[in-house]
Design a protein around this ligand. Structure first.
Ligand code: SF4
Length: 1021
């Protein structure tokens, strides 16, 4: 029999279920829960508790299926990859063909296979549903056919090879249960309890229904009919279970005795027509300057509470939506001396053991000098002191003393000079690594290398001798074990994915290995059971604390923004649900998210602090306004940044406060070691070597210079001139924000779409005047090109035509029409006519743009959006979406315009016997030309818009730029200065007004701490 217990927010079914389970003999009942925390909690009470996967396996064992080969996610991707390749070769994927090579496509298709599998539908049913989908265009019908075929082939493969993904395992369990029911068999349990879930997929529901025909099944589901908006994620599961379940009316105890405001919040969140009440001190909302200050404000508050002994550490929880957004919490807890139940974890891919391995593997396909350089890097890594017992300093000196063009000679020299025998063994095994091999062959060889290194034994010995710390030892030992497991499991994945015999290049193998290593977390610190809990909001079912701090309540962060699926949009998914295929949509993500937020609020009994910060990208989470709307007087408290010396709660805070106030004597008087512990910011403040961004080590400088190379775009040079440290992080460390394929219109994609439309339009009108008399015709043409380009982008998967875009699209269309209107006016007022569009230079072997700077040859590259011509005068134009560089920046941080003018002059005007008179920007958002430059001596082809003709020197004096010769001379001076500073290792952070907008180095340079905003005062709004 199936019993359904609806659990209102803030109540708990656990004591009821635990009591029922304990009344039965252990083993005759079982509790199935959603998380390991709940499993542990139940087991502590003596209740037999497991998760859903265990239940499915137990059912299969009961029904005689002792072994089920579950495949990993990697194996699924390999299978799908093979199917895609085979179908493409047979010409059966005309729709997906263009997308196959795109980043993320394989992952998206694999996840679609999972989602289709979870719907409990067969390939025939899917093909049938697609065939009956009305209103599909020809190309979308083709997409549907291909999706159905991919799913059919995927399922066929799993059946043929007798392997199972998660949905497959659940399906098998559901089928076996059905057979057991037909055979009038029995299970080992009398009663099963399900708790901690807020939804089940189709196969899980099928299993629960079948189980309820064989034993008593109780399901506790968070649900209140009066608050549908809070239980959107549960609605489907509730409806499905209610078709067969008996609705039980138990009176459930509230999990916690909450303060009145907290109880009001928990019981009225998302309820219709709620009258606000006055708030008590149990709820607070804090706004801080940035994430760092947010964490500090929370930890300072906790530290004060702990010092006052008003709460114990384990009565406090810090909750965040995604742990990765708050990776600095561990270090900050340590800084404030707050014990925390937070695992110190990092991915295997970032571990030095793995990094060494990647360096080794990357050298397999290299030769000569390049291979010798790679090995010089490898042998310089500090880990080699432990792994090979190698004095790395000697290896570096040997590498620097000669220009090795043969790696073997270099390694032999190092071996002879250091007597390092393990190096010989490593070299021998390395030479056995082939540029192409199966995954199994690669993994075997690497396991050999690991055994030669005997890392764990050597690190253990060093720890015993006190030469490395326990954390250092754990770091190596955990990485060694995780890597060994990975090397043992990866061949299994390839075997299950039908790629066991496939030969891979060493670089592809390294990529696959790194991808898996990125998903493996190493737990480096023993978990502290006594400290404050640091938890993700997704794991808070039944959690209870006296004080809860919820951080990161920002737009797109909490609630977490979910992109619509690349392959099937939300609207298509809604249509499919109506056809019986319920695929999850991005809206489902928001419905889940409110549950997480409600659980975080319900976890607090005495005090709840909600915190956020805003920046140019994101404002406060809508949850903040929702919570405020439930109370008449709940204000936002703004927390200040700077603290007095007397307020310091950590050595670092004290040191910073002393450093800011110039209290050098006190700094010196601090106990030995304290200044060192918290000293990095002071070292930055006092411009100390090693902390000021200036590199001094000649070997390091050589490597940095090699990495920078001799090819420069304007933005590469501008980045250095804007902030050398940002340049170092972006172009040398290569820490660019990852580019994701997104379905909505992000600014970059919008920019390229508009550029493309303008390129097409202008190409049709080269040399022509644009006249008002043709305005309508030109408008129609521009609209047509816009629609056409939009379709092309959609077809290439560069944008998705969802609801958001439909709204945005009209805005972009109007923007283009505004551009046309202005363009006609410019055309009628002057004689410049478009002559070239999208002229690329410096890439490939044509249109090279070399420059000799102080005896060094560099190559410039770029793309000029448009060149206009009037007689023999040329004028360049660059389209900007929202802002143009200011004229004061010309030939300083704005190098694009001077460099493009020089390039156009050399590559176009000089060849056609003309001159470039200047160049400027067209700002599409404002619909006009701005910040345009014109040489003082320009005669013909003067543009009918405002221009300037000078640059500013360091003291702000204006210097006229008369002609191209002067511009060339000034540009070369600027480039010479820039390259000289780079060559001398000048990479000091330089604060600008755009500092933290997109800077990948913002968290490292800590410009906010070093240049704090003096206006931060605590105030109430
Ligand atoms: S945040 Fe500002 S100062 Fe820091 S690296 Fe970036 S641009 Fe430079």
């Amino acid at each position: 029999m199936l019993h359904l217990l609806c659990v209102p927010a803030g109540c708990s079914a656990s004591s009821d279920f635990f009591a029922k389970a304990l009344q039965q003999e252990y083993g005759r009942s079982m509790l199935v829960t959603s998380s390991t925390v709940l499993v542990q909690k139940a087991r502590m009470q003596g209740v037999n508790a497991v998760n859903f996967d265990y239940l499915a396996n137990a059912v299969l064992r009961r029904c005689g299926r002792l072994h089920v080969r579950r495949i990993s996610r990697k194996a699924q991707e390999l299978i799908v990859g093979n199917i895609l390749q085979a179908l493409q070769e047979q010409g059966r994927l005309p729709y997906f063909e263009k997308l196959i090579a795109k980043k993320g496509f394989l992952r998206s298709v694999t996840s679609l296979m999972d989602q289709l599998g979870s719907c409990a539908v067969t390939p025939d049913e899917i093909a049938d549903a697609f065939a009956h989908w009305d209103g599909r265009s020809g190309s979308y019908r083709q997409k549907d056919r291909e999706s159905a075929e991919l799913y059919r082939e995927y399922i066929r493969y799993l059946i043929a090879h007798d392997v199972y993904d998660v949905a497959g395992m659940y399906r098998l369990a559901a089928e076996k249960l059905e057979t057991l029911i037909q055979a009038e068999g029995a299970l080992q349990w009398d009663t099963l309890f399900f708790m901690g879930f807020y939804q089940f997929d189709a196969w899980q529901l099928s299993i629960i229904r079948s189980l309820s025909r064989l034993c008593d099944v109780w399901v506790a589901l968070p649900y209140e009919a009066v608050r549908p908006e809070l239980y959107g994620a549960t609605e489907f599961t509730y409806g499905d279970l209610m078709r067969q379940a008996v609705l039980e009316q138990a009176i459930l105890p509230a999990g916690l005795q909450r303060k009145p405001s907290l109880q009001h919040l928990v019981s009225t969140l998302r309820a219709p027509e709620i009258k606000p009440v006055p708030a008590d001190s149990a709820i607070e909302i804090w706004q801080t300057e940035d994430r760092q200050e947010e964490m500090r404000a929370v930890l300072r508050d906790i530290k004060q509470l702990l010092r006052g002994q008003t709460v114990k550490a384990d009565e406090v929880a810090v909750v965040v939506r995604r742990m990765e957004d708050y990776s600095g919490l561990r270090a900050l807890c340590d800084e404030y001396g707050i014990p925390a139940q937070l695992r110190g974890s990092a991915t295997l891919a970032a571990n030095p053991v793995f990094r060494c391995l990647v360096t080794l593997l990357s050298s397999v396909s290299l030769h000569g000098r390049e291979q010798a350089e790679a090995w010089s890097d490898l042998l310089a890594q500090p880990l080699q002191r432990i792994a090979l017992g190698l004095p790395t300093q000697i290896a570096t000196e040997i590498a620097n003393a000669h220009y090795y063009t043969d790696c073997k000679t270099f390694v032999t020299e190092v071996w002879q000079k250091t007597g390092c025998t393990p190096l010989q063994g490593l070299w021998r095994t390395f030479t056995e690594l082939k540029p192409e091999a199966t995954v199994e062959e690669y993994c075997e060889k690497i396991l050999d290398i690991l055994s030669i290194a005997e890392l764990k034994v050597k690190a253990g010995q060093l720890y015993k001798e006190g030469q490395i710390t326990l954390t250092g030892f754990k770091n190596i030992a955990c990485a060694h074990d995780a890597l060994t497991l990975l090397l043992q499991s990866l061949p299994q994945d390839y075997l299950a994915g039908g790629c066991g015999n496939k030969k891979l290049s060493c670089s592809l193998f390294t990529e696959a290995l790194t991808e898996k290593a990125e998903g493996i977390s190493l737990n480096l610190q023993p978990e502290n059971q006594e400290g404050i809990a640091v938890l993700s909001a997704v794991n808070l079912e039944e959690a209870a604390f006296r004080q809860v701090y919820v951080l990161g309540l920002r737009e797109h962060e909490f609630p977490l923004f979910k992109h619509e699926n690349w392959l099937y949009s939300d609207r298509e998914r809604a249509d499919l649900t109506a056809l019986g295929i319920g695929l999850p949509s991005s809206a489902d993500g928001y419905r889940e998210d409110i549950r997480f937020f409600a659980n975080a609020c319900a976890a607090a009994s005495e005090r709840l602090v909600l915190t956020f910060f805003t920046d140019d990208e994101q404002g406060a989470s809508p949850y903040i306004a929702e919570v405020q709307s439930l109370f008449t007087d709940l204000k936002i408290q703004v927390k200040k940044t700077e603290r007095e010396i007397a307020d310091s709660l950590s050595t670092r805070e004290l040191e910073l406060a002393l450093a800011r106030e110039g209290q050098a004597d006190f700094l010196r008087q601090l106990a030995e070691g304290i200044t060192e512990v918290g000293g990095s910011d002071r070292k930055r403040l006092t411009n100390e070597t090693g902390w000021n961004g200036n590199l001094g080590d000649p070997e390091l400088l050589r490597q940095v210079e090699r990495q920078i190379g001799d090819r420069f775009s304007a933005s590469k040079l501008e980045t250095y001139r804007g902030c050398p440290f940002r340049f170092l992080v972006s172009y040398v460390w290569q820490q660019q924000p990852a580019e994701e394929v997104e379905e909505d219109m992000d600014p970059a994609r919008r920019g390229s779409l508009l550029h493309k439309v303008l390129e097409k339009f202008i190409s049709n009108h080269l040399g022509e005047p644009l006249q008002t008399s043709r305005q309508e015709e030109l408008q129609a043409e521009l609209d047509r090109l816009f629609s056409e380009t939009w379709h092309e982008f959609a077809e290439q998967g560069q944008l998705y035509a969802g609801d958001f875009w439909q709204h945005d699209k009209e805005q972009q269309r109007l923007l283009l029409q505004q551009w046309l209107h202005k363009e006609i006016a410019y055309s009628e007022a002057g004689s410049l006519r478009p002559a070239y569009t999208e002229m690329e230079f410096g890439r490939g072997s044509t249109n090279l743009m070399p420059l000799e700077i102080n005896g060094r040859r560099i190559f410039l590259n770029g793309k000029i959006d448009r060149i206009d011509r009037a007689g023999n005068s040329f004028y360049i134009t660059d389209y900007k979406s929202s802002q143009a560089p200011k004229k004061a920046d010309f030939l300083d941080t704005n190098l694009q315009l001077p460099l493009y003018i020089l390039a156009a002059d050399r590559l176009v005007a000089a060849k056609e016997g003309g001159t470039v008179t200047g160049g400027g920007y067209y700002v599409l958002k404002d619909g006009e030309r701005k910040e345009s430059f014109l040489f003082v001596n320009a005669q013909d082809g003067k543009p009918p818009w405002q221009t300037y003709s000078e640059m500013q020197d360091e003291d702000g004096n204006k210097i006229p730029v008369t002609d191209i010769t002067v511009l060339q001379e000034k540009t070369e001076q600027v480039l010479a200065d820039t390259l000289c500073c780079m060559g001398q290792g000048g990479f000091r952070p330089t604060h600008t007004d755009k500092c933290d907008a997109y800077c990948p180095a913002a968290k490292i340079c800590r410009y906010r701490i070093l240049q704090p905003d003096p206006g931060g005062e605590e105030r109430h709004e």
